[in-house]
Structures are given as C-alpha cells and as structure tokens.
Design a protein around this ligand. Structure first.
Ligand code: SF4
Ligand code: SF4
Length: 637
C-alpha cells in the first residue's frame, strides 16, 4: 500500500488508511468536514445565541445587520456566554471522570468493592499528607476512605471556602494573587467576583445559571466565572481523577511502548479501548491477560488477545500497564478500517458516533459501556464497577467470538510503529532528576535548557493530522526547549518517534546533553487529558522551589490542534495559573473585541497568563521562545 503523504494527515499509517477509505467509499471525519463547507461564520465568531426561544439570534460582525439579539444581548455577551458554556461542558467531562474514581476509591476503602485492590498506598500517603489528613497509626483503607471523602466533598461543597484539593495543591503565591484579584475586580465592578473554586459542580451550575436567558451580560464577570469553573477542573476534578487513579491503579512508571496502527496484530484477537476512563480499561487489560481467555482465543484460531489503546484511555493504560497505543482521535475510524479489530470498547468522551455505522461494515463489535455514551447501532454492555471482573470478561469473550467472522480479504494493517518512552509523571521526572527539581532548575538557570513548553490537546480535522503537533515540537526541542504534554499530542509525538532516545538527535545541544545524561527523550509523555493536572503540579513545584509565582517561570502552554470543550477548560485554567497559552484553531471569540481583549491582553496584566493565536508552527515557536526569553530576563537569567 502506497503511503505517500496525504493533505489530511502527516502520519503515513493514516495516509495509507485514507486511501482505503477513498477507494471503498468510507466516510471519515475529513469527508464529513468537507461536506459541512462552508461552515457558519457566526458560529466561528461566537456571535450566535439560541439560549431562548425568541432566538436563534445572530450578530453580523460586519455591522450589516442587527447589533443585538431580541433580548438586547450584544456580541460581547453572546461570545462570553458561549465561551463560558464551552468551559462548563469541558470541566464537567473531566470532573465527572474524577468523581467516578473518587467514588470507586470510597467503595474500595469501605470494602464494598472487592474487584479493585488499592495498588498504591505510598501515593495515598502522599495525597493524604497534602490534604492534611492524619496517617500515623491508621489502617491504609481507613486513610483511603478519608481521602475519598475529601475528594467527594469537593464536588458538592455549598460553602464559600475554596475546595481542599485546590488549597492543598495550588502554589501559595498563586492563591494569594487570585484572592487579591478577586478583591480588585469586586472593587472595580461593585459586584462580587470570585475566582477560586468553591465547589466543582457548583461552578458549572453557576455558569449554566448566569448564562440563562436574562442573567449575566457582562463579558468581564462571565470570563471570571469561566476561569473559576476551569480552576474547579484543573485544581479540582482533573487533579482528583489523576491522584485517585494513581492510588487505585498505581502510579505510572517510565516504560517503553509502541505506537501507531502497526500495533494491531493480524494473528491475534484485537481489542481497542477508546475514550478516557481507565476504570474499565484496567480490567479489560487484566482479563485479556488471563490464561483462560488466551485459551479461548486459541480455540477460535487466534494466537492470543492483543489489547491496544486509542486517545486518552490509551494514554492511561500505556502509562500504567505498558499497553501499546494504536493512535489518537483521528485514528479511531481508520483503526476499524484495518478490518482487524474484533472489538472497539469505549467509555466516555471523544467517541465519534460514526463508529457504530463504520463497525457494521466489518465484523467489529462496537461496544459502548457508559450510560453517558449511548450510540445507536452499538452493542451496549453496561459497565458496573462492582461487577467489573465479570463485565470485562464478557467484553473479551465478545471480541473472541467475533474473531471467526473476520474477513481476511478485507484486512490491511499498516506496519508503522515507533517506540516511545512514556510515563513521565511529576514523581518520575523528579526521580530521573535524583529526587529534587534542583538539576532542572540549574540547567534552566544556566541556559542549557531555555525553558519548558507544555502541549496538550486533540486532533482536529481542520488541521492536517499531527502536523502542528509535530512541527512545533521539533522546532522547540531544536531550540533547547524541553517539551512535555498529554492527550492526543502525546500520541502524535509517540507515533512520530519523538519520544524515544533517537529523538535526541533532533534536539539542540543543551537539551540533548541534559536528556542524554538522564537517559530520557527530549519530549516527555505526561499522560491523558486529566493528567494536565500533573503539568500544573510540576509548574507549581518549580515555582515553589524558586519562591516565585508561576507566571514568572519560562513555561508556555499550547493546544495546537484543539477540538473539544475540555480543551477550553484546560487552556483557561492554564492561563489562570499564570501561563501564556497558544491556541490553534482560533476559538470562537473573535466576534467580540471585548472578550478577545480580556483573554489576550487584560488576562496578561491581571493573571500573567493569557491566550495567543498563531496558525504557523514556526511563528508559534518564535513567539514561544520570545516569551521564554522575556521570562528568563524577568528572573535575571
Ligand atoms: S437569549 Fe437573547 S440573544 Fe439569545 S436567543 Fe434569546 S433573545 Fe436571542
Ligand atoms: S486530547 Fe482531545 S481529542 Fe484527544 S482524547 Fe483528549 S480531548 Fe479527546
């Protein structure tokens, strides 16, 4: 199969599969994007509203039409309300994920769920210590119950106090800055404006309330609440997800895995796990490794069972279980088109509804498992944590049963794979550094490494798949800037070989020397989307170590192929935590000069973090380097 580059993806495996899609007439995200052209300009600018039945209302940015909706809402109000609702949806997705893990921790601690052991008491003690929970002389499960209680209480808190996880993890200088800013904004506007999160659910509900017909019309307070809600995600829901998962399933270790569609195995029963939550996929991996299931697979003519991941479920299990990853978001349809996937098992988030139809063209069982992700045409096997073993077993058996139906004439697996070192949590990075941030601080201080860029986020069919991720990453490491990140970016970097030691050859001399000495690649995999919280914790640790605010650090963020509402929440809590954040594509805010100014200029003055938009990877790297050099100068480096 010819793997010449394709304008839709820079990944040769994707290019090969897209030729099959074109030849056989399979729809893809790319073909549907084309069918959607031209997309609505009002939507792109954020100046449409359908928050009540007098609408939908639209504001023409060229001032050719009405300047206000029926209720009188102008473009600033519409854009700010729409942005707030995007962040609320994103924060909800991450935080609901965190809630489920916290609830599971409680069940395990109380002995009501025996399907999951508590793997990592060491991490439990660290988290308990952070939260100020007494540990001396107590049983592990007793401590776990209390940690779970504190986590669960963060969701439904009704008081005005800041949630305990944010208080325990956010750097002190940032907390003080935000408190001061709350006072300044309240004084400035005469209205009470809060930024630090009081309750994870509450901040989401607050947005849904204030964006309801006839409530908040002020872009400033709407953006402030967008920040507050997003903080509830980054320093709340996502952080709780990460910490409780580490406690329950084990902290990730640095290990080597393979990435890309070539991890599918023609001789095996292939099971793809896709979505975000590891609660189910941990069990799928466990049961796929059970001798009795391997025996059942052999009985139908397969050599065994091969589990591989997609998207952030893939990131979770590669970090903890060393499971190979088949691809990122835009690989999900292409993987089914290989004709070699017996089951695609999905949990929540980033699941194309198209996967059900596409699976029906093959023998693939498309299995939904969450009551929050029902997709017509799928086989739904409802996942229940207290029956995790039995359900995971049933899922594996369903995949095995599908194997004899595979049409070998339809099978094509691109052979592309790359090795990737993954699992660089804060703990693992510190371990690589000898247990303290000192060596990293030292090489940044002496200029061997200029700074750090954290890249997150998705694939987006509007951007050639992985192009921006890879071009930007290569450019940055070549300039002696360490790159780390999460999500589909991390999978893009893994597929392209940027996460193995060979990539050191692409790094500038300083970065190459430092990473070479430590035996790590110049591009670090920190995990899934919720693990952006690990990036916050690392940034906080560096700031505390240096005794400065996070905004002073030579650290920049980016979401260069962002797609989801979760990315809006992530970007927002990053800027609120003091980091400049690059975005591409342009978020739907340009219809409001006021909102655009708040996000790109006022935020810089008030928070230190701000958004900037750039379409070209090289220009983005230039801008990031300039920011890093400016921050270095600010620190006297
Ligand atoms: S809330 Fe106002 S702008 Fe929005 S749809 Fe209703 S009338 Fe139109
Ligand atoms: S990075 Fe974006 S597309 Fe990928 S799994 Fe996370 S939210 Fe979904």
């Amino acid at each position: 199969m010819c793997t010449r580059p394709d304008h839709r993806s820079v990944d040769p495996a994707a290019a090969a599969m897209l030729k099959i899609a074109d030849r056989d007439g399979f729809e893809t995200a790319w073909s549907r994007l084309e069918a959607q052209q031209p997309q609505c300009g009002y939507g792109q600018l954020g100046t449409c509203c359908r928050n009540c039945s007098m609408g939908p209302c639209r504001i023409d940015p060229l001032e050719q039409g009405p300047r206000r909706g029926v209720c009188g809402a102008n473009a600033d109000t519409m854009v700010a309300r729409n942005l707030a609702r995007m962040a609320a949806a994103g924060a909800s997705a991450h935080s609901d994920h965190g809630r489920k893990v916290a609830l599971l921790l409680k069940e395990v601690a109380a002995g009501r769920n025996t399907d999951y052991p508590l793997i990592n008491p060491d991490k439990l003690l660290v988290v308990a210590g952070r939260l100020g929970i007494a540990t001396a002389g107590r049983e592990i499960l007793d401590i776990a119950g209390e940690v779970a209680d504190v986590a669960i209480a963060c969701f439904g808190a009704q008081g005005e106090e800041v949630i305990p996880f944010a208080t325990a993890y956010m750097p002190k200088q940032r907390v003080e800055l935000l408190k001061g800013l709350e006072g300044t904004l309240t004084e400035l506007t005469g209205a009470r404006i809060g930024l630090l999160p009081r309750g994870i659910d509450r901040e989401v509900v607050d947005i849904m309330h204030r964006t309801h017909f006839g409530c908040d019309a002020d872009p400033l307070s709407l953006v402030a609440q967008t920040l507050r809600c997003s903080f509830g995600d980054g320093w709340g829901g996502s952080l709780i997800a990460t910490e409780c998962q580490d406690i329950l399933f084990g902290s990730p270790q640095v290990r080597t895995i393979k990435a890309n569609l070539g991890v599918l195995d023609q001789t095996m029963v292939n099971v793809l796990v896709h979505g975000h939550e590891p609660v189910l996929s941990e069990k799928v991996v466990e049961w796929a490794r059970a001798p009795e299931m391997a025996e059942a697979a052999r009985a139908v003519g397969a050599r065994g069972i091969n589990v591989a991941g997609l998207c952030c479920t893939g990131n979770e299990i590669l970090m903890r279980q060393g499971v190979n990853v088949a691809g990122n978001l835009l690989h999900s349809e292409l993987a089914i088109m290989t004709g070699a996937v017996e089951a695609m098992v999905v949990d929540v988030q980033c699941i194309f509804p198209s996967l059900a139809d596409l699976s029906s063209c093959f023998h693939t069982r498309f299995i939904t498992t969450s009551e929050q992700t029902n997709i017509p045409g799928a086989l739904h096997i409802q996942f229940e944590e207290h029956q995790a073993d039995a359900i995971a077993r049933r899922i594996i058996q369903t995949a095995i049963d599908a194997f004899p139906n595979r049409n070998t004439a339809k099978v094509y697996i691109p052979q592309e794979t790359e090795e990737a070192m993954v699992g660089f949590t804060v703990e693992q990075i510190l371990a690589a550094l000898g247990g303290t941030p000192d060596p990293l601080v030292e090489v940044i201080a002496n200029g061997t490494i200029k700074g750090v860029v954290g890249i997150v986020g998705c694939n987006n069919a509007k951007v050639q798949q992985d192009f921006f991720h890879l071009a930007l990453t290569r450019e940055l490491i070549q300039r002696d800037i360490l790159v780390l990140g999460t999500g589909c970016w991390a999978i893009a970097a893994a597929k392209a070989g940027l996460m193995n030691l060979d990539a050191l050859e692409l790094a500038g001399p300083g970065l190459k020397a430092v990473c070479g000495q430590l035996g790590i690649p110049p591009v670090l995999h920190m995990g899934s989307c919720v693990d952006c919280s690990r990036m916050l914790v690392l940034t906080g640790a560096l700031a505390d170590h240096l005794g400065v605010d996070t905004a002073a650090l030579p650290v920049v963020g980016s979401a260069p192929e962002w797609t989801t509402e979760k990315a809006v929440a992530i970007g927002t809590y990053f800027i609120g935590s003091g980091l400049p954040v690059h975005l591409w594509p342009v978020p739907p805010v340009l219809g409001s000069p006021a909102v655009t100014k708040i996000l790109t200029e006022s935020a810089r003055d008030l928070l230190g973090g701000y958004f900037f938009v750039e379409e070209d990877p090289l220009a983005t790297a230039d801008r990031m380097e300039a920011i890093i050099m400016e921050k270095r100068a600010g620190l006297g480096l």
